[in-house]
Design a protein around this ligand. Structure first.
Ligand code: SAH
Length: 235
């Protein structure tokens, strides 16, 4: 299905090595993605070359942002068809990954992929702003998220899950500077500390930014607020 040499060289360019088994797992994942996409809309990216760069390699860029030790607990907020969480788990199967999304159908797909590849992931159906008040609050070493909301809103979804000393990593496109300047209040209010944005370019010649926000203090109990308030009065 995918060009394994392409996946291997594009990940090598990030300084990451994939074994033959991992390449095979990505191939099976792509196959399931393309097949399931025929039945319902999982992703707009359907071409195998694009799946490699824009889904798989893009997801793996997280590992170039911060050191993610083996067995770390990671929550992927709004994982959709599994990005970036599932590629992260293929790369390091020791990670304790929780994949959260509000769309059950997408999670069925994600669970199928994990089962098919023999990977252990916790799949959770719900909204970030509700689960961020419950048992998962401040329980994770890392929260990650891609293509879910603007950075200020995303901070309110994601930072409540991160333990003090952990970090939230947002995978963003080329316009991260604008989003960053509009997120300073949100970061501070939610107990975050903005560390840096790391810019990189992938094989599609489009710029990515990895925004790293450290959890410096507990999130005040009033956050995350209800969905309506978050959208009406974003921090
Ligand atoms: N991260 C994936 C999917 C992006 S699409 C990728 O990069 O390809 C955005 C996803 O976020 C959708 O699957 C949607 O169901 C989910 N989502 C949006 N708002 C959410 C919320 N508040 N809580 C949980 N999931 C949410």
């Amino acid at each position: 299905m995918i060009d394994r040499a392409q996946l291997k060289s594009e990940t090598q360019a990030l300084g990451l090595a994939l074994s033959d088994l991992q390449l095979e797992m990505f191939d099976a994942y792509a196959e399931m993605l393309v097949e399931t996409n025929k039945k319902f809309n999982l992703t707009a990216i359907k071409n195998p070359d694009e799946i490699v760069t824009k889904h798989f390699v893009d997801s793996l860029t997280v590992f170039t942002a911060v050191d993610i030790p083996a067995e770390s607990s990671v929550i992927d907020i709004g994982t959709g068809a599994g990005f970036p969480g599932l590629p992260m788990l293929i790369y390091d199967s020791s990670l304790n990954i929780t994949l959260l999304d509000s769309t059950g159908k997408k999670l069925d797909f994600v669970q199928n992929v994990a089962d098919e590849l023999g990977l252990r992931a916790r799949v959770v159906h719900g909204r970030a702003e509700e689960f961020g008040r419950g048992e998962y609050r401040e329980k994770f070493d890392f929260a990650v998220s891609r293509a879910v909301a603007s950075l200020n809103v995303l901070c309110e979804y994601c930072l409540p899950f991160v333990r003090q000393g952990g970090a939230f990593i947002a995978l963003k496109g080329s316009k991260a500077e604008d989003e960053l300047s509009h997120s300073r209040t949100a970061v501070k209010t939610l107990g975050g500390k903005f560390i840096c944005a790391k810019e990189l370019m992938l094989a599609d010649e489009q710029t990515r930014n990895l925004v790293i926000i450290e959890k410096a203090a507990p999130t005040p109990p009033k956050y995350p607020r209800a969905s309506a308030q978050i959208s009406k009065k974003p921090l």
